[in-house]
Design a protein around this ligand. Structure first.
Ligand code: BGC
Length: 743
């Protein structure tokens, strides 16, 4: 990527506010004609075949509910799409079956979870989001798209844009954290990255906004569990990133597994027909989640496949992923007059539209070029791009002792911990065709960075899980003999992701104990964390002065971490999800609402815990740098805002430390009196800037009248006159305030 010295990005709400405007795609008349011409030729059976998606049986990403002979079904025109098939050779083989052997020669569309890279694995999305760098995030999705498209794929089941406030839920690693405003910006960036400007180009792929909707709110953080949130909360918190994705032109949506207010999302007319396809006028395609049509039987709202199929197609689910309900039941339902054929036509139109947009009807083998596949897979430019993303994803949590960046003082470094010499766990969950052999792990990255001038010694100490302490003594001895210890602790990659909810979020196994013992040696310790969710780090924060949140950074993990450790890159990441003090504090997030009894120290009858603060241990928006930034006073160009006005906000930011660095300047607002309760603080803008040592920049934001509106449960957008507070800062506890009136 052409690296910009100055990263100046400004995201204000107006980019995502859509009010009642409808748009999404300007339907291409030529494509619509072609869709209709194909539809006219199709029998009912062929139409329903297009609504069926099957997985490659060798690479399942869910439980297989039934067994069918895929090849026979494809040849019979009973399959419209496949998932989990990748690589030009395999894709071509299945595509030939569809194109050569079916009556209408309609090509298949091939999808895969390219969530953070195809083969050149990039940081997990939660990590990447901590860069707050939209160009970088877009580019990262572009890199993944180019490589995936070269491997024959045309569709990724990403981005996951579920807002998540509960780190017990393992899928937080796939998302962009807890904030709807930032989540919306990231959703749009990732969609643009995957899809580019032209979906039919051979190096772009269709994206999929998932999981629609509310999946991040599963009770207790237990995957697939019940979701019951108010329509108000749905609109203000969970829908904005989906709406932003739709506005950015995302080609597809995926239903969620969960129920919402008593109705499984896959069968929810309110969510899909009314909001997505109605209010937002979305003309793309909706795919179910894996088996989620059939799961409505298990949810207990359908007594058989036929009823499940009827509920789903009525609600607006266009394609049944591995559920076998549509192919087995829809034809009969239409023939009996239970389901109108117009609903089938609507769904099939959306499937065909996608295939036309991807250019598959012009050339079904457009994505099947073996030369391109060889050239693009793991190419050097992709690794470079992923390294830039990886180092910008790292969040410096503590540097109280000024140990970092490590300098020449340290002649011997002791590398300790189960994640130091461990390529596989750098890949994270959902790593598609990623391969541990492609990874530069932490040990390799550090060894390459220091060359022969510094002695690197290694002791594993313990495993990620379990209670085996037999490696402790070697690790402790090593710590005693080295100038500094770099401890690599955290989670393995399968401890987060789908089906990976956890109730204990401290360092697993005996890792904390090992850390305590190493700390007792008196040798300075740098704690490097590799994990897929916010952890409980209460003891660590108190006792370890140097903590770096590295997440799971992908194939360039070791190089990116070495760049940060030795000061080649000054960390600039800011958390996008709050870290709790302990599990009992969950959910904890920055944008909470004021209660009728706000916290007052030493008062009993106010909102508080007796044994834990209300605030998170590390909040959304927090992250340190090797340098320090000082904020001057916030200036507003007016005190009173009337309809149609724009407020200009400016604040001088100076780099007063010893290193050049980057800062994420964040702007929050608070509406002091409104007709419904509003958060105490809401992100409404951010800019990432680079400042040389001693340099000052006046950072400017524009807040428009519509940025101060909010949504009500019925979907209308309103504002209230009165006072607003505005906060600008780079860390939650370092903020400058101002206020203004809305008239
Ligand atoms: C997940 C989806 C994924 C699908 C296909 C499901 O289990 O929930 O996010 O896209 O599998 O792999």
């Amino acid at each position: 990527m052409g690296k910009k010295r100055w990263i100046a990005q400004c995201f204000m709400l107006s980019a995502f506010v859509v009010g009642n405007m409808s748009c999404v795609f300007a339907a291409d008349a030529r494509i619509e004609e072609r869709v209709d011409s194909v539809l006219r030729l199709m029998t009912l059976t062929e139409k329903i075949g297009q609504m069926n998606q099957l997985s490659n049986k060798e690479d399942l990403t869910g439980q297989q509910l039934e067994y069918f002979d895929t090849e026979t079904l494809i040849r019979a025109g009973q399959v419209g799409s496949m998932l989990n098939v990748a690589g030009v050779e395999k894709v071509r083989r299945y595509q030939e079956m569809a194109v050569n052997d079916t009556r209408l020669h309609i090509p298949l569309v091939f999808g895969l979870d390219v969530v953070h890279g195809f083969r050149t694995i990039s940081p997990i999305p939660l990590a990447e989001s901590c860069s707050w760098n939209m160009d970088l995030i877009e580019h990262s999705a572009r890199v993944a798209a180019v490589e995936a498209a070269a491997a024959g794929l045309q569709w990724t089941f990403a981005p996951m844009v579920d807002i998540a406030r509960d780190p017990r839920w393992g899928r937080v690693m796939e998302g962009a954290g807890e904030d709807p405003f930032l989540g919306a910006a990231i959703a749009a960036a990732r969609v643009k990255g995957f899809q580019g400007d032209d979906l039919s180009a051979e190096n772009t792929i269709a994206a999929c906004a998932k999981h629609f909707v509310g999946y991040g709110a599963v009770e207790g953080g237990r995957d697939y569990n019940t979701v019951d949130i108010s329509t108000q909360r749905l609109r203000e918190l969970y829908l904005p990133p989906f709406e932003a994705a739709a506005r950015a032109g995302v080609a597809t949506f995926m239903n969620a597994f969960n129920e919402l207010m008593g109705i499984p999302a896959t069968g929810s007319t309110f969510l899909v027909r009314d909001i997505l396809k109605g209010e937002w006028n979305y003309d793309g395609m909706v795919v179910s989640d894996w088996g989620s049509v059939a799961e409505m039987i298990v949810h207990g709202v359908a007594c058989d496949k036929s009823e499940a199929a009827r509920l789903a197609v009525t609600a607006g689910c266009d394609m049944d992923m591995e559920g076998y309900c549509y192919v087995s039941a829809l034809e009969d339902l239409v023939r009996k007059g239970v389901v109108p054929e117009s609903l089938i036509d609507d769904a099939v139109r959306r499937v065909l539209r996608l295939k036309f947009r991807l250019g598959l009807f012009d050339d079904p083998y457009r994505y099947c070029d073996t030369e391109r596949e060889k050239r693009e897979t793991l190419s050097a430019d992709k690794r470079d791009a992923v390294r830039s993303v990886a180092r910008e994803s790292i969040v410096l949590l503590e540097n109280r002792e000024g140990i970092l960046p490590l300098n020449k003082r340290y002649k011997s470094i002791g590398l300790i911990g189960p994640l130091a010499d461990n390529p596989d766990d750098m890949l994270g969950s959902w790593c598609a065709w990623g391969d541990g052999r492609d990874v530069v792990d932490i040990r390799q990255g550090i060894e390459q960075a220091v060359g022969k001038s510094v002695a690197i010694r290694y002791a594993k100490g313990c495993e990620v899980e379990g209670d085996d302490r037999s490696g402790f003594s070697e690790a402790i001895q090593l710590a005693r003999e080295c100038d500094v210890v770099v401890m690599c602790l955290g989670e393995n990659r399968f401890m987060s992701g789908e089906g990976a909810s956890r109730t204990r979020l401290t360092l697993p196994g005996v890792q904390r104990e090992l850390l305590q013992k190493v700390k007792e040696t008196g040798t300075p310790v740098v704690l490097l964390l590799t994990n897929g969710r916010p952890l409980v780090l209460d003891w660590e924060k108190e006792n370890i002065g140097t903590i770096v949140e590295c997440w799971q950074l992908g194939v360039e993990a070791g190089n990116a971490i070495a760049d940060v450790l030795f000061g080649k890159y000054n960390p600039s990441g800011k958390l996008v999800m709050s870290f709790p003090h302990n599990e009992g504090q969950i959910p904890v997030y920055y944008n909470c609402k004021s209660t009728g009894r706000p916290y007052i120290p030493n008062e009993r009858y106010v909102t508080h815990y007796q044994d834990c603060p209300n605030e998170p241990l590390y909040s959304f928006g927090y992250g340190l740098s090797y340098t320090r930034f000082e904020y001057g006073d916030v200036a507003l160009d007016k005190d009173i805002l009337a309809e149609g006005d724009t407020l200009h906000v400016s604040v001088p930011v100076t780099n007063v430390g010893d290193y050049d660095g980057e800062e994420v300047v964040q702007l929050y607002i608070r509406d002091l009196c409104s007709r419904i309760t509003r958060p105490e603080k809401e992100l409404r803008g951010f800019k990432k800037i680079a400042l040389k040592r001693g340099e000052t920049q006046v950072v400017e934001f524009e807040v428009s009248f519509s940025d101060l509106e909010y949504v009500l449960a019925d979907g209308s957008r309103v504002w209230d006159p009165g006072t607003f507070e505005l906060f600008v800062g780079g860390n939650p506890d370092v903020v400058k305030k101002a206020s203004f009136e809305l008239k």
